[in-house]
Design a protein around this ligand. Structure first.
Ligand SMILES: O=C[C@H](O)COP(=O)(O)O
Length: 251
């Protein structure tokens, strides 16, 4: 089955307002005429509105890097799905390994964020991935299974239309170490098989699974050639319009 590719740029904690506007405008320029794939930008909250304005009607999706499950309330430091939408966003990342590792978010919290975001109509990118220690001790698939089952708890088959999975081996993030295409494909095939076991085969076949971890212009083509890899979640290389433009236009 042919899934529409999705190339997502996670800007993490980078870009002032002026920098974000310049970068978003330059990236929008690289997307002209690209209509057979989706492009998503996930800037810091402070510039969601600016990025949404700069990409205008190009079709580029604007996403928050995290999101709370409530519409409003006493949740200092959080932003709600309604606020994301009001700022021009239509998606959110949840469960990024930096949230899990640095800010100690667990699977239950990730699940609350995911289900809350879906309830308010956002598309959600659920990030999962094993650490180096987990890979070396042979626990990769057990970790991925736990993150998927707990992350998607309570999410019915129909709601899966709003979910994208991003497999990001923690040891490959920002390290320059990419998983080999075989390692990445193996993990993606496992995730798809698991989705087929939890839901139906059709849903597993329709769900996009992105690879993340040191994706660069030099490796995007071989990554995208893998049958179960439907796109990329790009960090460092998404901060340079030329590099990201080359990644978007993978062959
Ligand atoms: O969200 C993106 C990932 O953490 C990958 O980051 P990276 O491309 O800098 O390795």
């Amino acid at each position: 089955m042919k899934r529409r590719p999705l190339i997502a740029g996670n800007w993490k904690m980078h870009t002032t307002t002026a920098e974000a506007r310049d970068l978003a405008t330059a990236i929008a320029g690289t997307c002209v005429g690209v209509d057979d794939r989706d492009v998503l930008l996930s800037p810091p909250y402070t510039v969601l509105r600016d990025v949404a304005e700069c990409v205008g009607r190009t079709g580029i999706i604007v996403a928050a890097q995290n999101v709370c499950w409530e519409e409003k309330g006493a949740y200092t430091g959080e932003i709600s799905p309604v606020m994301v939408r009001a700022a021009g966003g239509s998606a959110a990342i949840v469960g990024h390994s930096e949230r899990r590792q640095i800010f100690l978010e667990n699977d239950e919290m990730v699940n609350r964020r995911l289900t809350g975001a879906l309830a308010f109509g956002l598309t959600v990118i659920l990030c999962i991935g094993e650490t180096l220690a987990e890979r070396e001790s042979g626990d990769t698939f057990a970790v991925l299974e736990r993150q998927i089952r707990k992350g998607l708890a309570g999410v019915g088959g129909e709601a899966m239309a709003g979910v994208v999975i991003a497999y990001e081996p923690v040891w490959a993030i920002g390290t320059g170490k990419t998983a080999s295409k075989e390692q990445a494909q193996e993990a993606h095939a496992f995730i798809r098989g698991l989705l087929a076991a939890i839901y139906e085969k059709d849903i597993a076949e329709q769900t996009r699974i992105l690879y993340g971890g040191s994706v660069k212009p030099a490796n995007i083509d071989e990554i995208m050639a893998q049958p179960d890899i439907d796109g990329a979640l790009v960090g460092g290389a998404a901060l340079d319009a030329q590099s990201f433009g080359r990644i978007i236009t993978f062959r």
